[in-house]
Design a protein around this ligand. Structure first.
Ligand SMILES: Cc1ncc(COP(=O)(O)O)c(C=O)c1O
Length: 379
């Protein structure tokens, strides 16, 4: 396939003239993968009855098997969900928590998942504890210590982002899971950003549940997420919509939660083909280098810190915004970047401060980041 950077942009629908530096938020899907999803839709619409009864069950399991191969886990422990938000919700809302139990998360957790944790706590009398992680992070041991110090006698569940949303920091989930399990604490990983950005071997991580998105860094159409559960953590786990498969096992419960468009899940095969043709190792190296080099150049130009060391990042990195912008509204800043700089970039708020989060994907080249270097954004 073509070289990374500009030559690859034509394989996507990205609008011309705009530097797209926010792959992290929603991803963007290649034309070829969208075409594969459309083909599945046409197959369904040609005879919906036959499709649902005779084609879909096998096709879904085949797609799950292909994804399981990529994630290094068993197809029997893997189901599709719409996105990481619903995967995390399915786990959280299946838990049997008692008053006084604690869910331990971090101050870097994704807000939608935090709200789901607050909701289950409010229904059960459990408590949400958030380990504070200050930026910049110095090293992996810092991350581990902040979390370990907050595991207590009542901690029932540890919820960690594999790659944190506001910064792109990679959490050492395997080491943290081992610590948690020694204390009898179950572990849910929110891997919304991990598939495609990191080399994953889910079954070896020692966690109980792992949810992730394929529509961010794996090029699948929107609405393609997954949930993996170790065997012992499958009992009592139910999708958000209980349907015909209730009580019949993981796949039966999750594969059918009511009539829907299945094309995003079925197109995972095309997404994985696209990803592997790019050469995953080279792709990840390209993205990592671009994210680190551009964030470092901006941090030097602005005289502001990076969120942590390069080795704790994959394809995203954050730079603290200059003091003059620390009071600005993040959404307004993002709109200003777009209208004045033709640049799509994420402005994140964490620990009361505003950070600029840069993403780097196959279609990005160094020139995309130039507008951020030249001038400070307007208030
Ligand atoms: C850590 C994390 N979890 C969950 C999500 C939610 O993803 P989705 O909207 O696809 O459910 C995101 C989105 O950026 C995220 O960064």
């Amino acid at each position: 396939m073509s070289a990374f950077g500009w030559p690859l942009r034509r394989r996507f629908l990205l609008e011309p003239g705009t530097a797209f530096l926010n792959h992290g938020s929603f991803g963007t899907t290649p034309r070829r993968v969208l075409a594969a999803a459309r083909r599945w839709q046409r197959r369904m619409e040609a005879n919906p009855d036959r499709f649902v009864r005779e084609i879909l069950p096998g096709a879904l399991r085949d797609a799950a098997a292909r994804l399981a191969g990529f994630l290094s886990c068993s197809e029997r422990d893997l189901v599709f969900v719409e996105n990481a938000t619903s995967g995390a919700n399915a786990v959280l809302r299946s838990l049997e928590l008692r008053p006084g139990d604690e869910i331990l998360a971090t101050t870097h957790g994704y807000n939608a998942v935090r709200q789901a944790m607050r909701y289950v706590c409010s229904r059960t009398g459990a408590k949400l504890v958030e380990a504070r992680i200050d930026l910049p992070v110095k090293n992996e041991s810092d991350l581990i210590a902040s979390i370990q110090n907050n595991i207590g006698k009542r901690t029932r569940l540890l919820v960690l982002d594999h790659v944190s949303s506001p910064t792109g920091l990679i959490f050492p989930v395997k080491r943290l899971a081992a610590l948690a399990r020694r204390r009898g604490v179950q572990v849910l990983i929110d891997g919304a950003h991990a598939p495609g950005q990191l080399d994953l071997d889910i079954a070896s991580l020692g966690v109980d549940w792992y949810t992730g998105n394929c529509h961010k860094w794996l090029f699948a159409p929107k609405g393609c997420g997954f949930l993996w559960a170790r065997k012992s953590a499958q009992r009592g786990l139910h999708p958000l919509a209980i349907s015909h498969g209730y009580g019949k096992g993981l796949a039966a419960e999750f594969d059918w939660t009511g009539t829907r468009d299945f094309s995003a899940w079925l197109a995972i095969t095309a997404a994985l083909d696209f990803y592997s043709r790019l050469n995953p190792q080279r792709l990840r190296a390209h993205n990592h280098r671009l994210a680190i080099e551009s964030a470092t150049a901006i941090s030097r130009a602005w005289g502001m810190p990076l969120d942590g060391p390069p080795e704790l990042h994959g394809s995203m990195m954050a730079v603290r915004l200059p003091d003059s912008l620390q009071r600005s509204d993040p959404a307004r800043l993002m709109s200003r970047y777009l209208t004045l700089r033709r640049t799509v970039v994420a402005v994140m708020q964490i620990g009361g401060a505003r950070w600029l989060r840069l993403s780097a994907q196959a279609y990005n080249s160094p020139g995309d980041y130039a507008a951020l270097l030249r001038t400070l954004p307007e208030k």
